[in-house]
Structure formats: C-alpha cells, structure tokens
Design a binder for this molecule. Structure first.
Ligand SMILES: [Zn+2]
Length: 320
C-alpha cells in the first residue's frame, strides 16, 4: 500500500496542473500518431502478468478518509463498521448495516417494512417529491428513511428504530414518524426498552405540516412509554438536526452520540442572524454538547453494541 500511494498522489497533482499551450491551440495533436497498422519503431517486450505490480494490489476500491487523508481499502472499512482504522473518523453508514452489527443474528424482526410515503401535497419545486421518492427508493433499496423492528442486543429484546441518512437526508415525513410511533408503542405494549438511532436533516419539507405533526406524535408515544417506567435510549449520529433533534432524538433517558457528530436545531447562520452574536467554535458538535450536559456519553460505533448491552443490563434489571 505504501508503495502505491505516492504514485497516486502524484497523478492527482499532475492532473490539476494547467496545460501550457504557448498561445498555440490546434485541434490536431502536434505530433500525428502513427496509423494503427504501422509497426512501432521500438518493439515492446510483452510483460508477463506475474511481474506486474498490479498483481500486488488487492481487488476492490479504496476510499480516502476526509479527516486523515489516508487511503483505506473498502473491505477493511466495511469490516471496521465504516470507521477509519487510522483516525476513527466515522463515515456515513446504512440502517441495515447498523442493525446487523447491533443485534444478534436472526433476531431482528422488521415492522411495517412496506409502509411508503405518498405525495399528499403534490409538491413540486426544482424536482417533484414523487420523483425524488422513486429515485431514492431505487438508490437505497429502502422504502423510506427509517427501519424499525424488534431485535435482541445481548439478552435484551428491544424496540429498535434506525434512521438512514442516505434516503432523502434522513428527513422525517409521515412514514418516519408513524413507524417510530408504532415501534415505541409496540415496545410499550411488550414492556421492552426502546432505542432510536437518529441521523437526519430534520422534518421533510415536501410534506409540510404533515411532517411537523410527527414531532408531537413521536414525542407523545415516547412520553407514554416512559410513564410505564420503560427506558428509552437515544443514539445520535452525524448529523442529527432540526425537527428530529427537537423531538424524539433529545428525549432519551440516556442520550449518547457517535464522536464528532454534528448535533443541533437550526443552522449556524440562522442562529447567528437571530441572536446577533458570535457563536463559540464547535458549538454544534457532540463533544461541545456533552461538556454542557445535553449528551450523556460519546461512544465510538465499534463499541456501541457492548455499551448498549451494559446500559440495558443496568436499566432493565427489574423489567425481566
Ligand atoms: Zn482517517
């Protein structure tokens, strides 16, 4: 790997340099290439595949870490739950990948798998909502931005909802709100703890008021769950903002977050314009909010299952 990197970087740097034309631009190249049938002046010796350096490169794709700029082999990144093995940068992952890494094999039973959003307002803008839904369903293989169900973490059955940012920025419309409400209600009925893993840009503007109504509905279901003395753990991931942060994401008995996640309600520019004051650096990060008591713990993704299991042991002692 070390032998390959400098060459890759060099290629990129060279590609960025502007071409020198000396003021002469011609459509034809300065030197006309020889016709294909013409014998090359120097005969190239065939290179046996066994001696090429390409054989040393494992098949697959590489991803450049935006934080430390190391190249990571995709398979290695997948195996490490999409966390950079060099600097612990947490890449975006999918709802199903999270469920697979958190729950015991074969234990997850999905609820409302076929529930789909409808374009009630017939919203059109730069792109129609109906078209966006079709495009994101095809792109992600999901029906909407949350997967819910009941699964087992260690020995604990839990009502679990996991949002997926890849589907329309994890925005909360009627389906996200309804599925979360139903899984929390199912957890209440079965006397199970609830865990919601959030990742969202907020309420889904294409559904207008219908999206905003989900804030009250989900919050009411969580309040009822809490009144039955059942624990709810909210897990925040990058980013968790706006309507989702203003409802179920901030209502956990325990609120935990992945490292360096952006957490907030309004965007920094809106807050700055409204308050007419300078904002402290990093004020919308998980670390900043933990220092001030909103978040209880910051836990790397690779340790989340173990830590959730410990919290559930502690919180569910008298439920079983
Ligand atoms: Zn990194």
């Amino acid at each position: 790997m070390a032998a390959i990197l400098p060459e890759r970087r060099q290629c990129r740097i060279m590609a960025e340099q502007p071409k020198k034309t000396l003021g002469l631009e011609t459509v034809e190249p300065a030197v006309t290439p020889p016709p294909a049938e013409q014998e090359p002046a120097i005969e190239k010796k065939p290179v046996s595949p066994g001696t090429t350096r390409k054989r040393d490169i494992p098949q697959g794709l590489w991803t450049k870490c935006p934080e430390c700029e190391e190249m990571i082999f995709d398979k290695e990144l997948e195996e490490n739950e999409k966390v950079c093995p060099h600097c612990s940068h947490h890449f975006q992952t999918t709802a199903y990948a999270r469920i697979a890494s958190l729950t015991e094999p074969e234990s997850f039973e999905e609820f409302d798998a076929d529930m789909m959003s409808v374009d009630t307002l017939e919203f059109t803008g730069t792109a129609a909502y109906a078209d966006k839904l079709v495009k994101h369903r095809e792109k992600t293989g999901l029906k909407d931005a949350v997967i819910t169900g009941i699964g087992r973490i260690g020995s604990h059955e839990v009502g679990l909802a996991v949002m997926d940012f890849n589907f329309l920025g994890g925005s909360m419309g009627s389906v996200v709100g309804e599925k979360i409400t139903r899984i929390v209600e199912a957890a209440t009925e079965r006397r199970l703890p609830a865990i919601i893993i959030s990742s969202s840009g907020g309420a889904r503007m294409y559904e207008g008021m219908f999206s905003l109504m989900q804030l009250a509905k989900t919050s009411a279901a969580i309040a009822y769950h809490g009144r039955q003395k059942l624990p709810y753990i909210s897990v925040l991931t990058h980013p968790t903002t706006a309507g989702v942060m203003a409802s179920y994401a901030s209502l956990g008995d325990l609120i935990i977050s992945e490292p360096k996640a952006m957490i907030g309600f309004a965007g920094p520019r809106v807050i700055k314009d409204t308050t007419q004051s300078e904002l402290p650096e990093g004020f919308q990060t998980a670390e900043f909010l933990m220092e001030r008591g909103l978040i209880d713990a910051i836990i790397p993704r690779t340790e989340l299952k173990k830590r959730l299991n410990e919290y559930l042991d502690y919180l569910c002692g008298d439920l079983d």
